[in-house]
Structure formats: C-alpha cells, structure tokens
Design a protein around this ligand. Sequence first.
Ligand SMILES: [Mg+2]
Length: 164
Amino acid sequence: MPTLSEMQRQIGELVVAKGHANSAQDVEPKLLRAFIELGEAGDLIKKGTKLIGIDEADSAQKHLEGIVAFLQPLKSESNKALIEHIEGQLELALDDISKIKRRKFPTEEEWADAVVEENIDALFYIIDSMRVRFPNKNLDEAFNKKLAKNMGRPYRYGESVIPV
Ligand SMILES: [Mg+2]
C-alpha cells in the first residue's frame, strides 16, 4: 500500500511521463480538476440506481419473449383482438427493457468501481496540486498531525444536538 508521500512521488512520475502541467503555477487548475472529478463522482451517485440493472433487464427480456412465443399459437379469430392487445403491451415492456440495457453499468459492483475511480481521480489532483506548490511538505506527517488534531476534538466536534 502506498503512503501519501509515495503516492505523491508516483503521481509526479506519471505527470512527467505523460507531459502534464508540472509547475507551481499549475496548482489552481489542478485543484479545479479535483472539483470536476468530485462532480463526476457525485453525478454517478445521483444517477446511480438509474444506471444499474442490465443483468435484471436481460432476465426480464427473456421472460417477456417467452410469453410472446407462448401467445402465438393461441391466437384465433375469436381472441385475436385480446392477444394483439397483450402483444402490444409486451412490445412496450420490451422497448423499456432495451432502454435499460443501453445504460452504462451492468451491475452495482461496476457502478461502485466507477464512483471509486472518480474519487481516486480527485485524489490524484489534490495530491498533485500539493506536490507542485509545496514539494517539500510531507503529506504523511500532515495527515498524522491532522488526524491527531481531529481525534482530540469532542464528540461530533462539539456540535449541538437539536432536542426533539
Ligand atoms: Mg474522471
């Protein structure tokens, strides 16, 4: 597992290797990019449940196609209108399913991986912004210092609880 300092060093190597902005004056654009990545993560979380479900859609499609096939031989002059009505409804459901299947993530796991990746993107930019502006700061020490400071604070940082 990399430490923050190790991450900073590796990100620096990546920046140089890929020709990205690499001077102290690039700190602000890098922080802006971090916000953008967080926005991408937030957007995925917001849309989350609408982006998942391809596996379930596949299963539902098979069930509906089974019903369509089952109905075909049952069609006669006396029930033609009824069967055609049911077929029409099934077609609408199959259309909805094809829309679900065009979504981005087949499973919740893949959606979660995408959200995590956007957050990691943000972390790359945050760490890199500090590297270009304060190359001699030790991020591990800064983290430990801040953790100790926060641990020393009261429960919920002393925030008052509104009585019910
Ligand atoms: Mg991204």
